[in-house]
Design a protein around this ligand. Structure first.
Ligand code: PMP
Length: 381
C-alpha cells in the first residue's frame, strides 16, 4: 500500500488510530447495551462540547447538510421569517435549504473573506423582524469566522431563535450555547471533532425544543427531531437503524476531546493556525481572508505570483500532503488548508516542510528551512 498522505483538506480531518480502532470494532445490535452506552455517552459529551446544560443532543446518520436541514425544518413554521447571514458558500447553502422548503427568508450577505458584522445584523433587525436567524460560524469556502458571541448579544433583545452552523468550528473554536444565547448548534463529525464523516450532529436549546413542539407538523419524516428524541433518551428503542460503528467511533472522538480539555483544544487550534500561517508567509504565500476574521480551523491561501494551482496541489500531494482548491470565484486562485481536529505539532511541521519541497520542485527559489524556522519560532515544542 502507498504510504498514507497527511489529509489537510478543510474536512474530513485525519482520523487518529484510536478512533479508527473504535470504528473497526464488531458491529453490535443498534438497540443493545453496548450501543446504548456509547450513544448516551456521546450525547452527553456533545452537550459539553457546545457548553449546553439543558438542551437536547441528536446524533443521526448523515452529514453536515442534513444537520443544516434538520435545524431549519424543526424550528421554522409556516408563518415564520428567517434571516440567513451568509459569508460564503455554506451560508448560501442555508438559504438554498430555506428556498427548497419554501421558507420565507432573507439573506444578509457580505463579501467573501469577512463575516457580517454585529452592527450590520443590528441594523437589519431594526428594519425588519425575524423569528429565526441562522449563521455560519466558520465558512469553509473563505476561512472567515463569524463573531457568534456578539451576534448572540444583538439577538438577545429580539426573541429570534439563533441557529449556528458549527460544521467547521465545533470542537475547535468555542461555541458557548448557553452563555451566548445560541438555540441550535448544528455540526458534523468529520472536522474539528476528528471522527470520520457520517454523522449529523445537533444540540437544541430548551427554547428550540419548545419551538419544535409548538409546530403541529414539519415537512419531514427522517428529519423530524421529535421522532428521534425518544431514541436519544433511550437508545434501546427503535426509530431508524443508527450507524452503530460510526457512533462508537464518535464516542471515542469525544473522549479524546474532553480528555484534552476544551479550552486547551481551542488554544491548540489557535496556536497551530498561527504556526502554519507563519510558515506559509515565510515561504511567500499571502492569505485570502481578512485578518480581522481569520478562523483558526483552516487557512485560505493565495499563491505567490506564477505558481499554478493544479501543479502545486498535485506536487504537494506527491510530497505527502493533500489540500483543497478554492470554491466558486476563488477556484484556481487559492488553496485551502485545514488545520483542525486531532492534528499534532509534528503534522504542522510535516505540512510546512512538504510545501517548501513542493515550491522548490516547481523551480521557485526558497530559503531552505525558512518555513520550518518560522513554524518552530511559534511552536517551540
Ligand atoms: N457547513 C459548513 C460550514 C461546511 O464546511 C460544510 C462542509 N464542508 C457543510 C456545512 C456541509 O457539510 P457536509 O459536507 O458534511 O454535508
Amino acid at each position: 500500500m502507498a504510504p498514507e498522505k497527511l489529509l489537510l483538506i478543510p474536512g474530513p480531518s485525519p482520523v487518529v488510530p484510536r478512533i479508527l480502532d473504535a470504528l473497526a470494532k464488531p458491529t453490535v445490535s443498534h438497540v443493545g447495551p453496548d450501543m446504548a452506552h456509547d450513544l448516551k455517552e456521546a450525547c452527553e459529551s456533545l452537550k459539553q462540547i457546545v457548553f449546553c446544560e439543558n438542551g437536547e443532543p441528536f446524533i443521526i446518520a448523515g452529514a453536515g447538510t442534513l444537520s443544516m436541514e434538520m435545524a431549519l425544518l424543526n424550528t421554522v413554521g409556516p408563518a415564520d421569517r428567517v434571516l440567513v447571514l451568509s459569508q460564503g458558500y455554506f451560508g448560501d447553502r442555508m438559504a438554498q435549504i430555506c428556498k427548497a422548503f419554501g421558507f420565507d427568508h432573507d439573506v444578509l450577505a457580505c463579501d467573501w473573506g469577512r463575516a457580517v458584522t454585529p452592527r450590520e445584523l443590528d441594523a437589519r433587525l431594526k428594519a425588519k423582524s425575524y423569528n429565526v436567524v441562522a449563521c455560519t460560524h466558520v465558512d469553509t469556502s473563505t476561512g472567515a469566522c463569524a463573531p457568534v458571541e456578539e451576534y448572540g448579544q444583538v439577538l438577545e433583545r429580539t426573541g429570534s431563535l439563533f441557529i449556528v452552523d458549527g460544521v467547521c468550528a465545533t470542537g475547535g473554536i468555542a461555541e458557548r450555547m448557553d452563555a451566548w444565547g445560541i438555540d441550535v448548534v448544528l455540526t458534523a463529525a468529520q472536522k474539528c471533532l476528528g471522527a470520520p464523516p457520517g454523522l449529523a450532529l445537533l444540540v437544541l436549546s430548551e427554547l428550540a425544543m419548545e419551538k419544535r413542539r409548538s409546530l403541529p407538523t414539519v415537512p419531514a419524516y427522517y428529519s423530524d427531531l421529535l421522532l428521534w428524541l425518544p431514541i436519544m433518551h433511550d437508545p434501546s428503542r427503535y426509530f431508524s437503524t443508527p450507524c452503530v460503528n460510526e457512533v462508537r467511533a464518535f464516542a471515542e472522538a469525544t473522549r479524546i476531546i474532553l480528555g484534552e480539555g476544551l479550552d486547551e483544544r481551542f488554544e491548540r487550534h489557535a496556536l497551530y493556525a498561527e504556526a502554519i500561517r507563519a510558515g506559509l508567509a515565510a515561504l511567500g504565500f499571502t492569505f485570502f481572508t481578512d485578518p480581522d476574521f481569520m478562523a483558526s480551523t483552516l487557512s485560505v491561501v493565495r499563491y505567490p505570483e506564477g505558481v499554478d494551482d493544479k501543479a502545486f496541489r498535485a506536487r504537494l500531494s506527491e510530497n505527502g500532503v493533500v489540500v483543497a482548491g478554492g470554491l466558486a470565484a476563488t477556484a484556481g486562485k487559492v488553496f485551502r488548508m485545514g488545520h483542525m481536529g486531532n492534528l499534532t505539532s509534528a503534522d504542522v511541521r510535516t505540512a510546512i516542510d512538504a510545501v517548501e519541497r513542493t515550491l522548490a520542485g516547481l523551480g521557485r527559489e526558497v530559503g531552505p528551512g525558512s518555513g520550518r524556522k518560522a513554524v518552530d519560532g511559534i511552536l517551540k515544542a
